[in-house]
Design a protein around this ligand. Structure first.
Ligand SMILES: Nc1ncnc2c1ncn2[C@@H]1O[C@H](COP(=O)(O)OP(=O)(O)O)[C@@H](O)[C@H]1O
Ligand SMILES: [Mg+2]
Length: 132
């Protein structure tokens, strides 16, 4: 198995940035490409447009990092349940690999794995690398 089509879910956290760095290293070895996926969630009292902009900005920042490394990159912005959207994208896009951070934006420092990384590792149709 050559991991050429790599999905990297990002939430704007340093953790997901580290996952991206790993994915870039892999993509260089396999002459692969990276798809960045941000799943925008609707906060209870949050301005949806502000939230969308946050997601778009995070995607743009990460896209620049990948481009600077000479790896082909695509971006996806989706809404809905985070784990479901990541798993569905991995399936429907026939990805070879998902690279995801163990943790994300939440501050519960005692837990080892966040609910998104846990859910994706359990349900993805392909191998998953959980980075630390
Ligand atoms: N909304 C999201 N869209 C895309 N990827 C996400 C999203 N939320 C989390 N992730 C991915 O899942 C990883 C783990 O995050 P998560 O499980 O939410 O941990 P935490 O509970 O610390 O926030 C992140 O590093 C990122 O790669
Ligand atoms: Mg989170």
């Amino acid at each position: 198995m050559v991991y050429q089509k790599i999905l990297v879910p990002i939430d704007g956290s340093e953790h997901s940035k580290r996952a991206l760095k790993e994915a870039i290293g892999l993509a260089k070895m396999t002459e692969g490409n990276i798809t960045l996926l941000s799943v925008c969630t609707k906060g209870a009292n949050q301005d949806n447009e502000a939230q969308q902009n946050k997601c778009k900005n995070a995607l743009e920042d990460m896209q620049k990092i990948v481009e600077a490394e000479g790896v082909p990159v695509h971006e996806l912005l989706l809404e809905g349940k985070v784990v479901d959207q990541i798993v569905r994208t991995a399936k429907e896009g026939c990805f070879d690999l998902v690279v995801i951070g163990a943790r994300g934006l939440s501050r519960l420092e005692e837990i080892m794995m966040g609910s998104v990384s846990h859910g994706v590792a359990e349900n993805a149709p392909c191998p998953v690398i959980v980075t630390r």
